[in-house]
Design a protein around this ligand. Sequence first.
Ligand code: NAD
Length: 441
Amino acid sequence: MITRIDLRGRSLSARELAETLPRAEVGVEDAAHQVAPIIEAVRTRGAEALREYAERFDGVRPEHLRVPADAIAAALADLDPAVRAGLEEAIRRVRLVHAAQRPQDFSVELGPGARVRQRWVPVRRVGLYAPGGLAVYPSSVVMNVVAAQEAGVRSLAVASPPQRDGAGLPHPTILAACALLGVEEVYAVGGAQAVAMFAYGAAGSEPQDGDVLCEPVDVVTGPGNVFVAAAKRLVRGVVGIDAEAGPTEIAILADGTADPGHVAADLISQAEHDPLAAAVLVTPSVELAAAVEARLTDLVPATKHAQRVAQSLAGPQSAVVLVDDLEHGLQVVDAYGAEHLEIQTVGASELADRVTSAGAIFVGPWAPVSLGDYMAGSNHVLPTGGCAHFSSGLGVHSYVKAVQVIEYDRDALEELADRIVAVANDEDLPAHGEAVRARFL
Ligand code: NAD
């Protein structure tokens, strides 16, 4: 069911390790070739192309690409009270954590009359994606919207795929989550086409769309399958994006003290997202490895999405990796750079502080990834495919930019004039120096 990779006694460089560790066969690069024409079609043909792709990929032609306000209100009115209570608790906790993320402005005095300040400014408008293909993700609405709101963004739009059995609207719980958060601009658009609509905007094609269906945004964020991640890579530069948050990954670093039942359940919980999801156990304990493999064999056929889970666990992106000891395990998980890393070992907290590449780290037996998926307060939109080596999960920082403000008075500039001229002339840009000199003639 799941491959074993035995790294015991092998001393590999970081590059060799990265090549040896499991990764999905269909990567973002491959998907990018498939989604490039979708982006071009939405850019040039707007809503007409959006309806065509909804029919092709989601099996429904939405009458309203922009969800009417009464449908959003009705979804909240019909929401199961237990689900509403869960979403409200998630919103409360995620808001607390994200309010604490707001970066501080600062001001540095470099001498009398010489000051540089830095202000953090939210972007004007954002497009937030909530997946809705194999599963639906109102939790992703919470993660995107709360982070953007806490950053101070004023204009927020949400997109999620139209559902076949919902008259071409996004799933009702997605709409209800938008209503709970006060988001009024919601689109029944999925996948790469949603990312393209946000990046370039879209003209309407039916009277109910109006002339302009959607105005372009400054930043597109949110998780999705490999096509969504590929589309975000392709529009980066036209707009800002968060990390590539594609098919989910769980890596678990565990020793012989871990409960094999918990480890197996956590691997399955992430495998149920997507046949391309990755589940990786890294352990120095052959006994734990064998016990987890046995539990997987028992548990997978009984789980609701058994076929998807089995595909994910059997795929080249999933494995049980045997290592010499926990130090070796730490090197391996750092080289992998998982979206989610669970540490179920003796001294888990100390090990967690030594990890350098992971989207989020879940410490000890009582912090499973499912907690973070919904309600820990942390954000569940996290970098995949090794992007954790250079990028962070979604947060307030994803929606703000730093603007530096330079204030020098006459004396402060005059003090530097000769030095500026010397460096400018050395760069063969003498007009730069002359612009300073001109002020003191
Ligand atoms: P989705 O909304 O991401 O994808 C559905 C859309 O995919 C469809 O609307 C369609 O437009 C597009 N699509 C499907 N087949 C296509 C094809 N052949 N070519 C082009 N486009 C195609 O929903 P999903 O499929 O359920 O995937 C959700 C994903 O989000 C999972 O992979 C899950 O692991 C991931 N996820 C990631 C994170 C993270 O932070 N990394 C968090 C939550 C979920």
